[in-house]
Design a binder for this molecule. Sequence first.
Ligand SMILES: [Zn+2]
Length: 566
Amino acid sequence: MGKMRACLCWCSHLLAIFAAVSVAAGRNPQTSVQTSQPSPAAPQRVRGQGEPTKAEILRGAYGTYRANNDLLFYHLDIRIDPAKKLVSGKNTIRFKMLQDDTRIQLDLADTLNIDKILLDATPLHYERDSGAVFVDFPYTLRSGSVYSIDFYYSGTPVQTGRFGGFTFGTDPSGHPWIYTACEGIGASIWWPNKDQWRDEVESMQISVAIPNDLVDVSNGRFQGKTDLGDGYTRWDWLVHYPINNYDVSVNIGNYQHFSDKMGDLDMDFYALPEDLEKARKQFSQAKGMIEAYEHYFGEYPFKKDGYKLVEVPYSGMEHQSAVTYGNHFANGYLERDWTGVGISPRFDFIIIHESGHEWFGNSVSAADPSDMWIHEGWTTYLESLYVEYMYGKDDAIKYLNGYKPKVKNDRPILTLRGVNGEPPADQYFKGVLFINTLRSIVDDDARWWKLLHDFYQHFKYQNIMTDDVVQFFNQQTGMNLTPVFDQYLRHTAIPTLELKFDTAKSTVSYRWQADEPMFQMPIRVGKKDNWQVLRATSDWQTTRTSVNKDDFEVATDLYYVNVSKP
Ligand SMILES: [Zn+2]
């Protein structure tokens, strides 16, 4: 079955935040990527907000002509001409029909040409509607049967979006540097596919023909290269696992390669010649990262494909098994203390964050961009797990609470389904604070570690929605956490703990103020190191306290809540 999956290191979100801030290193071509963004004055539509457009529905809905088939395999076989800025070739698409039908929906940006679509040797008719391509068959495709079509296309992909989508660039020494980063915008901006998150191929071949003097790094296991005799060499890669469309990438440049091993895991690294020594030093952090995440969740998910880090001019992206990296070979995030509490400068944010997506985003994936917190909230939490593994719990709690000033609480983390929605950056920052809150509710670290491990193992290589997450946590904990999940993910506001003190009686009254009527959550209050647990609900309750109002604390670093203490 095509697994459902998804991700984006909407590190584009992060990048967007940074777009307003000038990048320290002028050398980095990323600067040009950032300055090419629309000015703040230009009205920018947020996907999934307001009335969806027809194009958004075509792009985002899992409609009839998508749901009637299940993807099995892609072979993307293309030639890229850097001088002419031209991409041409085909995608062979193998799928199983789930219903009898004569039509399926694929997607390709309307700026690219469709040269022909063949079923064996038979040209197929098709109809284009914005980015959608409805392919019609001359006879009824039968449920349960497997079909394969060759979708030929050509053109110059439009450079778009925060990371460029598809960029024909040059490196600082003038060599071509061509790369893709299309999460959000979608892979159909540069190759034809079924461009949605629910259904993934089970495996994929990627063949990229490029001028002889360049290197292509794509996803999966390198199969070899073939000199085509016309100045071009074809690089062949095989992805042994399900893969999100937007993770599929080409990185073409004057790369130098070095490798390492971690047990039987192959690690391959690609950097420009002038950055090679810096890369050797900085990329050594990948081992500690894999050790930490394997400790909490289990084996690196894409072992047959190996783990790769590939230098690019934008900050980074979680391209499956070929994570792209542009963090200046320095710790922190673009040379900044990302959560502002002195811990981020101890490690390379892009290596730790983007690689964390191998577990959450690439292995466990969301089935619709509306639920992308499954990628970003969880991967941001993985950053804090890396800190906990390396430096201990106190630093982890401190690190993740450093995200608080970034939270906006101006719209819910979950967005409208079926419109290729774009969740707010709170999916990262509020997401990690929410998951840390869940840990405090569970209030038993041994149990929490087992829960995390089992959660990942249960859903690995699957595409899921928030309801699946909630159901799993409810089942495993025996608690009804639905109102808690709903409050943090489906509402704008976080819960407020209301406190009223009666000094004469040495009591405190307490209740939750929340949008969810059934919201209840235990919380630690009183004095640090000697917390008292309140089983607070939305109804007023009263308890004795020896701590007076001014000294009365709430463990807000363990629970992401507001406190009202009038
Ligand atoms: Zn991310």
